[in-house]
Design a protein around this ligand. Structure first.
Ligand code: 5GP
Ligand code: ZN
Length: 117
């Protein structure tokens, strides 16, 4: 399994950096965002280090699908599936990505605005 010594989210996957874990399985880990933007704000990440959606490859198809299914599971477990929620993947500078390990934001517990900033 690839990882990067200086990657914050690899550190969370490996337990070197503490996080408020919500769920984990063989391929993914979910934990609460340290700076929540909504009453529920969870990040779902692959255990495997993948810098962004932009560098994903055809072989990552199953893993990318898994991330969305786990985002769904998080929403159900957090009690926001019925009221609705937003899933966000920021990519690169203009996308607002600040941590270079692919992550799906799961946001809910309040009505979201559209369009995003
Ligand atoms: P991005 O801006 O890359 O889409 O999202 C990165 C997210 O990671 C941000 O929402 C930020 O609050 C969160 N974050 C940054 N550092 C940490 C940390 O050390 N622990 C946790 N749990 N979340 C973090
Ligand atoms: Zn990483």
């Amino acid at each position: 399994m690839s990882s990067e010594a200086d990657c914050l989210f690899c550190g969370i996957v490996e337990g070197r950096i503490p996080a408020d874990l919500v769920r984990e399985d063989d391929h993914t880990v979910a934990f609460k965002d340290i700076n929540p933007q909504a009453p529920v704000h969870v990040l779902v990440i692959p255990r495997k280090h993948m810098p962004s959606l932009d560098v994903s490859e055809p072989d990552d198809q199953a893993l990318l699908g898994e991330l969305l299914l786990r985002a769904r599971d998080v929403a159900r477990a957090e009690g926001i599936a019925e009221s609705g929620y937003r899933t966000v993947v920021n990519t690169g500078d203009h996308g607002g990505q600040t941590v270079d390990h692919l992550h799906v934001h799961v946001l809910g517990g309040r009505a979201m605005q559209w369009p995003p900033g």
